[in-house]
Ligand binder design. Structure first.
Ligand code: FNR
Length: 379
């Protein structure tokens, strides 16, 4: 209503309200190689498109006169109440997506302003401690890309604990970069130019492995990063080791199969993060298609979900299919590119407003009301 009232005086929203408009507007301000890095994905990009269209195969069943004028969209996660069911998924290059070159700090400020937690990537332009200092009262989660050097992995976890992160999200699907034709065509991606490697360059263990400091030889430090990042041998043994390292909640990102869920649960993991990395890593089925079986196998353990969420309606559908919290990737990334923290905040508010209205108009008052029966298969 506020937007329509403003419109009476001729004022129109400054930032786009839909995903396609956001992406198009970001395309006008971003460096083309970076734009391709963010917008693109694995192979023929069918998976990232399917992630989005899969949501359209579900419809919401409306209920009338259900007294849904007041809604409660809050959720509980690891013993803490959050005002919304959204979170910001880790985006490794977000530091350089904002003109300040400190997009990570803008993400943290958006989290502080909105109460929407952010999962902060290992690949940031500012060290994790500096990012954490901007999070205000909103918890942040630290996303770990497990390097092939355990001492370095442990150093990252210790730093995350000391910086006050509320949990460790271990990404499993990126032990090698996916086949990404857009980046291959440009023959570049940001980290090889030494970008978003602040966690490594500030790390005593990483620095101890170098002959010259990153300040003296950026190129050699970036190559050293590439050598430690790839971790084809990453295994359940590593997960067991990581689990034993910290008292923080540990979540596994990229889990889509019920057997993997059960193995994680048996190994003392605290949360599952069902995702196909926004179709950037390997071709797969749409991530949302995996969610019901993952939720069933999780037997009450929290299940975070991302990949393909583009609207508030998608948020409602993911919740109805059992997600505990719903992750947003590229949409808030475009918001950061366009207007920093205010841009991400705007994107989150639009998603929330639409989710809230969708629930209300369809007669659902709280997230507890969003069960699988709320959805009907339309195709
Ligand atoms: C990502 N993603 C990601 N995931 C992760 O665990 N660590 C990371 O550093 C990154 N980096 C990254 C960069 C960029 C440019 C994008 C777009 C994505 C994946 C991300 O967390 C999430 O899984 C997807 O973005 C979700 O899909 P949508 O919302 O983008 O469709």
């Amino acid at each position: 209503l506020g937007i329509y009232l403003d419109g009476l005086t001729g004022a129109k929203p400054e930032l786009p309200l839909t995903y396609s408009d956001l992406e198009a507007r970001a395309g006008e301000v971003m460096d083309p190689e970076l734009l391709d890095y963010v917008a693109g994905g694995a192979g023929d990009e069918h998976t990232q498109r399917a992630n989005v269209t899969a949501f359209h195969r579900w419809g919401i069943v409306p209920r009338m006169l259900a007294g849904a004028a007041e809604r409660d969209l809050s959720i509980e996660l690891f013993g803490r109440r959050y005002p919304t069911p959204l979170f910001m998924a880790p985006i490794g290059v977000i530091g350089v997506m904002h003109e300040s070159q400190h997009g990570d700090l803008e993400v943290a400020r958006a989290a502080a302003a909105s109460g929407v937690p952010a999962v902060i990537s290992t690949l940031v332009q500012d060290p994790m401690e500096t990012v954490a200092a901007e999070l205000g009262d909103t918890p942040g989660f630290y996303q770990l890309y497990t390097p092939n050097d355990r001492e370095l992995a442990e150093s990252f976890v210790r730093r995350a604990e000391a910086a006050g992160y509320a949990g460790i999200v271990v990404t499993l699907d990126t032990w090698s970069l996916g086949w990404r034709p857009r980046d291959l065509r440009h023959a570049t991606f940001p980290q090889l130019r030494g970008l978003c490697l602040a966690n490594y360059f500030s790390d005593p263990v990483f620095r101890s492995r170098l002959e010259k400091t990153p300040e003296e030889d950026l190129g050699a430090a970036a190559i050293a990063w590439a050598m430690t990042f790839g971790n084809p041998g990453l295994s359940w043994d590593d997960i067991e080791w990581l689990r034993g390292l910290t008292a923080l909640p540990v979540l596994l990102k990229g889990i889509c199969h019920p057997d993997d869920v059960r193995r994680a649960r048996d190994g003392g993991i605290d949360g599952i993060y069902c995702s196909n990395h926004g179709g950037r890593q390997a071709a797969s089925a749409p991530a949302i298609d995996f969610l019901p079986a993952v939720v069933e196998a999780a037997e009450g353990m929290p299940v975070l979900f991302d990949s393909g969420v583009r609207s508030g309606v998608d948020v409602v559908k993911a919740l109805a299919l059992g997600a505990t919290a719903v992750g947003i990737g590229r949409p808030y990334g475009w918001g950061i590119s366009l207007a920093g923290a205010a841009g991400a905040h705007h994107v989150l508010q639009c998603l929330l407003a639409e989710a809230d209205l969708t629930m209300g108009l369809n007669g659902y008052r709280s997230i507890a009301d969003l069960t699988p029966e709320v959805l009907v298969r339309t195709v």
